[in-house]
Structure formats: structure tokens, C-alpha cells
Design a protein around this ligand. Structure first.
Ligand SMILES: [Zn+2]
Length: 71
């Protein structure tokens, strides 16, 4: 049986089954938030930054984003 695992619409990683993944069809809360942010527009960076960024060790930390009130 060649059951193809679903992939995350946001990061293309493998997504766990709906039964054990409240964020389905996304792989994680982060990706769900990121994708939502894309649709909403300007909230993309804020949403991505507030989530767990060390999930897969990619280059998410290459572009630090400063919070408006963090001066
Ligand atoms: Zn994802």
C-alpha cells in the first residue's frame, strides 16, 4: 500500500494523522498560524515569530524581528 503521507501546506513536512494532530492539515501550531497570517496579510511575521522556531533547525532565526515595544 502506497499511502502517501500528507504534507504541510506551509512547510511541506510530513503531517501527522488528523486524529493525533489538532493542527491538521498543518504539521504544527506554528504552520497553521503562519498560513493563517499569509491570508490575513500583515500578521505573518508576528505570528511566525511567536511560535516555537527551533522546531526543525532551519533558517528561521536568520532574520530577527524586533517587537515594536521592545526598544
Ligand atoms: Zn509545517
Amino acid at each position: 500500500m502506497a499511502k502517501k503521507a500528507p504534507s504541510c501546506p506551509s512547510c511541506r513536512r510530513e503531517v501527522r494523522a488528523r486524529a493525533e494532530n489538532p493542527c491538521f492539515p498543518f504539521c504544527s501550531e506554528r504552520c497553521r498560524t503562519v498560513d493563517l497570517g499569509k491570508w490575513l496579510g500583515g500578521e505573518y511575521r508576528i505570528a511566525a515569530r511567536s511560535a516555537d522556531e527551533d522546531e526543525d533547525g532551519d533558517s528561521t532565526q536568520a532574520a530577527p524581528v524586533r517587537a515594536p515595544g521592545d526598544a
